[in-house]
Design a binder for this molecule. Structure first.
Ligand code: SF4
Length: 337
């Protein structure tokens, strides 16, 4: 049984005007110790998928489908039962640590509270464990820093504290929502290395949410590319980088800076993601896709298995009427990926 199995997840928000479907039919599995990257631009549904699983949707949001953690459906689970799992077995770190850390409490109080609640430790035991975790995420002078308030720490240091807090109860799954976006490039690299090391040392499974395929390259074994609330392509990371087959994936890859192409402009994807209150008919990407045909505007492509790929036999899934296999020459000529 997979550690986490999500089947047909849908997320809908009620607004004054209409029901907005932010996530439409997302399915994936996560095994123990595995890292999955969920990639897409803002509004693709990647964050809402994870918030739905953890019961953290806004009050006008509703989730349908199944999110099975060790066989138990998290969706619709009573709050008390979900609270026991969340922050303990399943943990989350957010993009902006300042909005997640309490500015009025010291790091010590925020960390020990979690351990007292979930692990029944005494304050003294909890402090000892908290300092050890701050040391594990390489906070210098952890015994001193633990007495400080969030505003006394740098942005990179606060993100490390968030990671330490998320790992305090040794969760089985760590959900990381754009954990490096607010950080400068050097600190970004340090935080990603830290996640790699922690995964190696603690065996934690990671679901990494990001708009940046470059971040996925260094950390993830599996990738799910989302657009307009739907899965566009899903496979192991090695296959995705070697043979991206969906025009949207290729667009994301072309937007990445490359060491062997200095000085050239990055090729962003023209246009904007769809307004999910009024999603386009057909393929959600057709208004921005250079390969779109009339069929793309009329008929939504189904998510189909291309083949089973990679060492872990990941299914390679793709939703496109004109995938890259049919465009190989043009794709190679572009020499961007
Ligand atoms: Fe582009 Fe058509 Fe494929 Fe959508 S289905 S990604 S519009 S080629």
């Amino acid at each position: 049984m997979p550690l986490l199995e999500v089947k047909g997840l849908q997320v809908e928000f009620r607004t004054h005007d209409a029901a907005v479907r932010a996530v439409n039919g997302v399915s994936f599995t996560l095994e123990e110790g595995e890292t999955l990257g969920i990639v897409g631009e803002s509004g693709s549904g990647k964050s809402q998928s994870v918030l739905a699983m953890l019961g953290l949707l806004a009050s006008n949001g509703r989730a349908k489908g199944e999110a099975l953690y060790r066989g138990e459906n998290l969706l619709g689970m009573p709050d008390r039962a979900l609270n026991r799992i969340r922050g303990n077995r399943l943990s989350m770190i957010f993009q902006d640590p300042m909005s997640s850390l309490n500015p009025y409490l010291t790091i010590e109080r925020q960390m020990t509270e979690v351990l007292e609640l979930h692990k029944n430790l005494t304050r003294r035991e909890a402090k000892k464990r908290a300092i050890a975790m701050l040391e594990a995420v390489r906070i210098p002078e952890a015994a001193h820093r633990i007495g400080q308030y969030p505003h006394e720490l740098s942005g990179g240091m606060r993100q490390r504290v968030m990671i330490a807090m998320a790992l305090l109860c040794e969760p089985e799954v760590l959900f990381a929502d754009e954990p490096t976006t607010a950080l400068d490039v050097t600190v970004q690299a340090q935080v990603l290395q830290l996640l790699r090391d922690l995964q190696r040392d603690f065996g934690t499974s990671i679901v990494l949410i990001t708009h940046d395929l470059g971040v996925v390259a260094g950390l993830c074994e599996k990738v799910m590319v989302m657009y307009g609330g739907r899965v566009m392509e899903q496979c192991d990371a090695a296959t995705l980088f070697a043979k991206p087959s969906h025009p949207y994936t290729i667009g994301l890859l072309r937007a990445l800076p490359r060491l062997d192409q200095q000085g050239g402009e990055l090729a962003g994807i023209p246009g904007n993601p769809p307004n999910m209150a009024h999603p386009p008919a057909g393929c959600p990407f057709h208004e921005r896709c250079a390969d779109a045909t009339a069929e793309c505007a009329e008929r939504e492509p189904a998510l189909e298995t291309v083949r089973t790929s990679g060492a872990h036999a990941t299914h390679w899934l793709r939703a496109c009427h004109r995938p890259v296999d049919a465009m190989t020459t043009r794709y190679q000529e572009s020499n961007h990926v």
